[in-house]
Design a protein around this ligand. Structure first.
Ligand code: IVH
Length: 675
């Protein structure tokens, strides 16, 4: 195998190109072309091969995003072209005045071409590409001198390590905004909260905090992204004549550009854009704090020039703030389905970006104590997207005299049972179980919800009444109510009562995964319920399983296993299930999947290479996995079979070298048939 190393380096290059291609589809075209699992597989294959051939690793390989060593400090970077900031307009009048100034300076009556962009609330960055290779990433700093954060920007998957295509200048500095998507921000905070660690006040702080890490491994663990919107230093080549064309070039070079950006003529459509963006603001996956208008023609931009730190050719039109100040009138405690006690701040009503806010979550007692929120305090409240408003911080200067630290109540505010907060846990819980009306209400709501038993018409208000007037003491009671009892509820007419009775009857024919989920066992969501059923088949088997057997189920660890076993150990839960079945709740039992050890391909690892004629590789993979076999991306001494389709590539060579048994497609089909 004389040309073996060359084949490997070719294959490595192909893998890297494929991964780059997928990054481009995902981040620039916003159109992922392969499932995440397939991407991961390619990535792992590249990692494995590179670890076998470290001499073939290139610095811009997608595996090399996280550098080796943490820094001692960030080096200073001088911006040859300063990083400017923007003037703000807070009203349409100010915007119209801006447009007028622009036309006066350009001595024209004609409408100006503008580009309208969302104003991202992140951290500005300058990325330097030399001959298409990313050589430096820097923060804005004071606009003239920033910090060298190259190690950290390299870890961000949306930042290309090299440019695509051609036509880019030898030296190209691209400016843009690094941001943390809202969902990632919320997930990060939820995790930090659960671990009793510090949360970030908003996505911008989260981005800044993540970029300020001296250890790039920490930055790499934070999900950051990028949109590009301006140029810095350019040398050894040309760029377009217009901002809008430059953005198109950016995309062609693999640099992500915000998809909402439009190009218009005159100031009126800019105003429309502002209203459009304000309307969709809450549904965007990232935070914006306004929009930016930029004169499109670069010759006009040059003519307009700068004033102090801001260009005369651009302006930011800001949205109303997401954060406002208000007073905490009371701190109350809510009880959830599993008894979790959540402190909630009742606020003097305040309008935040168009919505009146009078409640904010305080999440848990550790949060209340860390922020030291007290009744009477003035606080900063923040709302973003559709999430429940949050108390960001207390303004200590404004704290009135005689406030008190908030204490965790000893007894549940609803049922008066003892409240416990186990050592080391963040969440406090009411111990009242279903005797607690709050827990019972939430349990019935969950039981009736769409993805559980799906009892149409059994809404929150009705359930709250049922529990308050004690017509329902457990979830089964809803099936026992007579028409007269339904009619005794407030605002319940003849027709709604009949509809409810019919819906209850219909809901009795369910599936076991739905039923398992409907029981509301702590941390048993839909996916876990399905895994349980697929593993054990019938309810009786699930109920009998001990914690070790439960942990054999996919994705079930010791905590969830203890929750499940604990639930079924309680006699009243077993009685409840029997009662529901007697009342007619039923489903079809499923045959359990055989145990892994009993599957015919248990312990066998396959590698598929080349094109198969009669099925896709994914289909072959599914069949092998269903029979207990493993499918891996790379050939090693542990591989049992390499299945070679047409144009098999270098894996076949590797199989020959390692003397792994090679199967043709026909032989694979034969093998699967015989099992
Ligand atoms: S252009 C010469 N475009 O806003 C113009 N800035 O308040 C330079 N920003 O420092 C900026 N989105 O961090 C521009 N689409 C966008 C922007 C944007 C967010 C930030 C940027 C800048 C700050 C100025």
């Amino acid at each position: 195998m004389k040309n073996f190393p060359q084949k490997i380096s070719q294959h490595l290059e192909q893998l890297r190109q494929k991964i780059d291609e997928h990054n481009y589809s995902y981040y620039v075209l916003d159109n992922p072309t392969i499932p995440d699992a397939e991407y991961d597989r390619l990535f792992r294959e590249l990692q494995t091969l590179e670890s076998e051939h470290p001499e073939l690793i290139t610095p811009d390989s997608p595996t090399q995003r996280v550098g080796a060593q943490p820094l001692k400090e960030f080096a200073a970077v001088t911006h040859e072209v300063p990083m400017l900031s923007l003037d703000n307009a807070f009203s349409e009048l100010e915007l119209i005045a801006f447009d007028k100034r622009v036309r006066q300076r350009l001595e024209t009556d004609k409408p100006i071409e503008y580009v309208c962009e969302p104003k991202l609330d992140g951290v500005a960055v300058s990325l330097r590409y030399e001959k298409g290779v990313l050589t430096r990433g820097a923060t804005r700093g004071d606009g003239l001198t920033g910090e060298d954060i190259t190690q950290n920007v390299r870890t961000i998957p949306a930042v290309p390590l090299h440019l695509r295509g051609s036509g880019y200048p030898d030296i190209l500095e691209v400016r843009g905004e690094i941001y943390m998507p809202l969902i990632s921000f919320e997930n990060y905070n939820a995790k930090a909260r659960a671990a009793g660690e510090k949360e970030f006040a908003n996505p911008r702080n989260a981005t800044a905090g993540s970029l300020r890490q001296l250890d790039p491994k920490i930055t790499a663990s934070r999900p950051l992204s990028l949109f590009c919107y301006a140029l810095g230093k350019v040398a050894g080549g040309h760029v377009a004549d217009k901002h809008s064309d430059m953005l198109e070039d950016f995309k062609g070079w693999g640099l992500p550009v915000n998809p909402e950006i439009i190009h218009v003529t005159g100031i009126e459509p800019c105003v429309e854009f502002f209203h459009h963006m304000a309307a969709i603001r809450d549904s965007l996956p990232y935070e914006i704090d306004g929009v930016v208008y930029k004169v499109n023609r670069f010759d006009q931009q040059r003519e307009l020039g700068f004033i102090s730190r801001a260009p005369r050719w651009a302006i930011a039109h800001k949205f109303p703030a997401r954060e406002e100040m208000t007073q905490v009138e009371a701190i109350e405690f809510q009880v959830g389905r599993t008894g979790a006690i959540t402190p909630v701040a009742r606020l003097a009503p305040v309008v935040i970006s168009g919505v009146t806010v009078s409640n904010a979550t305080l999440h848990n007692m550790d949060e209340v104590w860390r922020k030291d929120v007290r009744v009477g305090d003035m606080v900063i409240v923040r709302r973003a997207g559709d999430v429940i408003p949050d108390v960001v911080s207390v303004i200590l200067d404004k704290r009135p005299a005689h406030t008190h630290k908030v204490l965790l109540p000893k007894h549940c505010p609803v049922c008066h049972a003892e409240v416990i907060k186990p050592e080391g846990e963040v969440v406090a819980r009411c111990t009242g179980g279903l005797f607690c009306q709050a827990q019972l209400k939430e349990t019935i709501k969950h039981f009736a919800s769409r993805r559980a038993l799906d009892i149409e018409g059994l809404g929150d208000k009705i359930i709250e009444q049922l529990v308050t007037v004690k017509l329902a003491r457990d979830i089964a009671d809803v099936f026992l109510l007579t028409k007269a009892q339904w009619l005794s509820l407030e605002r319940m007419g003849e027709k709604s009562a009949q509809n409810l009775i019919d819906a209850l009857d219909k809901s009795k024919a369910t599936t076991l995964p739905r039923f398992m989920y409907a029981l509301g066992i702590r941390e048993v969501g839909e996916a876990t319920a399905l895994n349980l059923v697929q593993h054990f088949g019938g309810l009786a088997h699930i109920m009998q399983a001990d914690e070790l057997q439960l942990q054999e189920v996919a994705d079930i660890g010791p905590i969830v296993a203890a929750n499940i076993a604990g639930f079924f150990r309680q006699p009243h839960n077993r009685e409840l299930i029997a009662k529901l079945q007697q009342l007619g709740v039923h489903w079809q039992e499923m045959a359990p999947r055989p145990k892994q050890n009993d599957l015919p391909l248990n312990g066998k690892t396959f590698v598929l290479t080349g094109t198969l004629a009669t099925m896709t590789r994914d289909a072959a993979k599914e069949q092998i996995q269903a029979l207990g076999g493993k499918v891996s991306g790379s050939v090693s001494a542990k591989t049992t079979y390499v299945v070679a389709g047409a144009d098999p590539g270098f894996k076949l060579a590797k199989a020959e070298e390692l003397k792994v048994q090679i199967l043709s497609e026909d032989e694979l089909l034969q093998l699967l048939k015989e099992l």
